[in-house]
Ligand binder design. Structure first.
Ligand SMILES: [Zn+2]
Length: 478
């Protein structure tokens, strides 16, 4: 995500804070406990810990692991009606007599598990499903959910507007952090990556885009057109995306990689600049970081007033004409965030610090200010300034997108690491980090261990001072 505008948005929204959130958090823990007591036992050894994300305790279910989402979405902009079917293929990690999906979207009409009707109930964002028979640990199963109605975005007092957003001529779905549940039933845990197929039907004349690559040309039957897209590489649910509306599409290539960009012709966007800069940023990333992790790239400019751009997998979405730095930032996320994804939201700096530092490197290499000069300017911020008042690795749920703590201080921490271990080891680290944890999840400790292994330096004090302390480090090296 790029947040210059987002931060302003975020700050103006702060006045709407209420005390209600604490009540909601307590309720969340209660619901999680219900799920655990209904399905006791451990997830077995080797897997991630069977615990919800501390920032989003209601999201995700550790009792199963999703392999693939097949989403069939029929959308009518004139009425905002969404008629949908989600077929989710998963593997049980323990015996399941019941399980939950995260879903706060339209009315559920029917649920089927492995071809047999299943009982279901809804409570807040939990869709609880009781299959006709117990699903044994280790078994694959498919749950299919039919639903129909109007989907709406999540409007969070601290985090802004995200999820399914109806627009003048269509809709766009931007999920970070927990908005996927607004438009499809999901195991909304950043660690449960899956592949996706999107089958999107809309009135003829509109264009539907999603993550990944198109499967053939769109097909029109009567006055409705269906487009099919697939994401064949593992994807966290917060990075899934669809965009429906009037779009002008440019279908090109960066080397052998398809580069599909689109913009809403009713806006003042310039698709040529988006297309070209996206290609440049991908080439640059391939040189600096290594093999591009997905099977296509691109970008979408839509006229939505959310105040941010989002790095949706293989095809970021921009809420207006992006500048070059913003495109570089979102493309850098394809490696840092989308391919290598944090294990928990507290470690979001691993996305935003790296993507912000990519902007600094990009401009440094093009005769702009050096990363050192950007660092020096920020370092001059007095120790008693709010700039230093949160922990970069664990800023708190409501400060997840805090630009100073997560983005700028995240990038500063990387620069401090660079000056400590030296350019050669640092640029090796940038590549090995993306390669070692490709399509996987990693945390701050994993980065520290890798930096130590590559440099043979004791980087722990630096990590402690820059990432785990809510204060200005004593020296630039920590
Ligand atoms: Zn970002």
């Amino acid at each position: 995500m790029t947040t210059w505008k987002r931060i302003r948005h975020h700050l103006t929204r702060k006045t709407r804070r209420t005390t209600g959130r604490h009540g909601a958090a307590a309720l969340g823990l209660a619901c999680v406990m219900v799920v655990f007591t209904a399905a006791p036992g451990s997830a077995g050894s080797g897997g991630p810990p069977a615990a919800p994300d501390p920032y989003f305790p209601l999201a995700g279910n550790q009792g199963y692991d999703v392999d693939h989402y097949d989403l069939d979405l029929d959308f009518t902009p004139a009425t905002d009606l969404l008629v949908a079917r989600a077929a989710i293929k998963a593997e049980a990690r323990r015996d399941l007599t019941r399980f939950t999906l995260d879903f706060s979207g339209p009315a559920v009409e029917r649920v089927v598990v492995d071809g047999r009707s299943a009982a279901f109930s809804r409570d807040g964002q939990e869709l609880t499903i009781v299959p006709a028979g117990k699903i044994r640990a280790g078994r694959d199963f498919t749950v299919t959910v039919w639903y129909r109605g109007t989907a709406a975005p999540i409007d969070d007092p601290a985090l802004g507007v995200y999820g399914w957003i109806n627009t003048d001529d269509g809709a766009v779905a931007l999920n970070e952090p927990d908005g996927a549940r607004s438009w499809y039933p999901v195991n909304d845990d950043v660690r449960d990556k899956a592949t996706y197929t999107f089958r999107i039907t809309a009135p003829a004349g509109l264009t539907a885009l999603a993550n990944g690559e198109p499967q053939g040309k769109p097909r029109t039957v009567g006055d409705r057109t269906t487009a099919v897209w697939s994401m064949r590489k593992p994807m966290s649910s917060y990075l899934s995306m669809v965009a429906i509306g009037r779009f002008t599409v440019t279908d090109g290539r960066v080397g052998r990689l398809p580069n599909i960009t689109a913009y809403d012709p009713a806006g003042d966007g310039d698709d040529a600049a988006l297309h070209r800069t996206t290609a440049d940023a991908v080439r640059w990333g391939q040189e600096r970081i290594g093999r591009y992790p997905f099977d296509s790239t691109g970008g979408i400019i839509d006229r939505i007033d959310v105040g941010y751009a989002l790095e949706t997998q293989a095809r970021p979405v921009y809420d207006g004409e992006p500048d070059e730095a913003t495109i570089v930032h979102e493309i850098a996320h394809q490696w840092y965030g989308n391919s290598v994804t944090p294990k928990t939201w507290a470690d979001l700096w691993l996305n935003e610090g790296f993507a912000t530092y990519a902007e600094w490197l990009w401009q440094e290499e093009r005769g702009g200010p050096t990363a050192q000069s950007v660092f020096d300017q920020l370092w001059a911020t007095p120790a008693n300034d709010d700039f230093w008042h949160l922990k970069t690795a664990d800023p708190g749920r409501d400060e997840l997108f805090n630009y100073n703590a997560v983005y700028l201080r995240g990038a500063m921490a990387l620069h401090a690491l660079r000056t400590t271990i030296g350019d050669r080891d640092f640029f090796t680290l940038l590549k090995v980090w993306a390669d070692k944890y490709r399509y996987d999840n990693a945390d701050t400790r994993d980065l520290m261990n890798l930096a130590r292994a590559i440099s043979h330096d004791n980087v722990k004090p630096l990590f402690d001072a820059w990432l785990y302390t809510a204060a200005k480090p004593a020296t630039p090296q920590g």
